[in-house]
Ligand binder design. Structure first.
Ligand SMILES: NC(=O)c1ccc[n+]([C@@H]2O[C@H](COP(=O)([O-])OP(=O)(O)OC[C@H]3O[C@@H](n4cnc5c(N)ncnc54)[C@H](O)[C@@H]3O)[C@@H](O)[C@H]2O)c1
Length: 211
């Protein structure tokens, strides 16, 4: 079905790998009020394939895409190690920003992104999607106004898939890459500042360690 062009939000993507494909592009492409305008990825073949599939323009350079395309909003879906200046460029151009978690492998970069977004006063969101789950709403109802003194959470997931995921320098490790959802949801439900975080785990299970 052809989309009506009235009031469409013009969206660009930086990074069109796993999560962009299985979580975002399929949904956005069905929304009447969204136009997928352009995609950028360092994987030329991958971005050309995705662009052809969704009727968007392909780029391998994020700055070139942001300079040439008239976008309202940009999704940044790159792995943790790859966050360089993408969010800063989006904020400088005052475009709305959606960025996949986690923001970076370092606190310094995450703070730099946070500061740029705060100063630019743009609409922004990070992909902490657990906040939108039905079970989270239920937990909020149950907690109500009761004071909570501690939170307990655990993560059981599959083995790391993409190659960068197994490398601590690139993913920031499992606490940064995966269990970040647990930390986020605890903060969302309970609020306040994190006073103490304790974790235990094992390393090297996915085969030969490469970090
Ligand atoms: N919110 C969620 O539930 C959820 C789920 C899955 C993944 N994620 C997050 O999304 C991010 C991406 O994960 P993924 O599974 O899509 O990884 P992926 O490796 O499948 O895809 C990442 C894509 O980014 C591209 N890329 C890398 N560096 C780039 C750069 N500098 N400029 C442009 N493109 C670049 C890669 O070529 C690749 O196509 C990760 O931070 C991950 O934690 C979030």
């Amino acid at each position: 079905m052809a989309k009506s062009k009235a009031k469409q939000v013009r969206v660009g993507f930086i990074g069109v790998g796993g999560v962009a494909r299985w979580a975002h592009l399929g949904h956005l492409s069905k929304w009447e009020d969204v136009k997928l305008v352009s995609f950028c990825d360092v994987n030329k073949e991958g971005v050309e394939k995705a662009a052809a599939e969704y009727g968007a323009k392909a780029y391998t350079d994020a700055k070139a895409m942001l300079d040439h395309e008239d976008l309202d909003a940009v999704y940044v879906c790159v792995p943790p190690f790859a966050h360089a200046d993408q969010e800063l460029m989006v904020a400088a151009r005052k475009k709305a920003l959606f960025v996949e978690k986690p923001l970076s492998t370092t606190l310094e970069k995450a703070r730099e992104i946070h500061e740029a977004v705060r100063k630019a006063k743009i609409v922004s969101a990070v992909g902490y999607n657990w906040r939108a789950c039905e079970v989270t709403k239920k937990a909020q109802e149950l907690i109500g106004t009761k004071p909570v003194s501690a939170a307990y959470g655990y993560w059981v997931g599959g083995m790391p898939g993409a190659a960068w995921w197994r490398q601590q320098k690139m993913s920031g490790g499992q606490l940064n890459e995966q269990t970040t959802h647990i930390v986020d949801i605890a903060r969302y439900l309970i609020g306040g500042k994190v006073v103490k975080v304790y974790a235990s785990g094992a390393k090297g299970i996915a085969g030969k360690r490469v970090d």
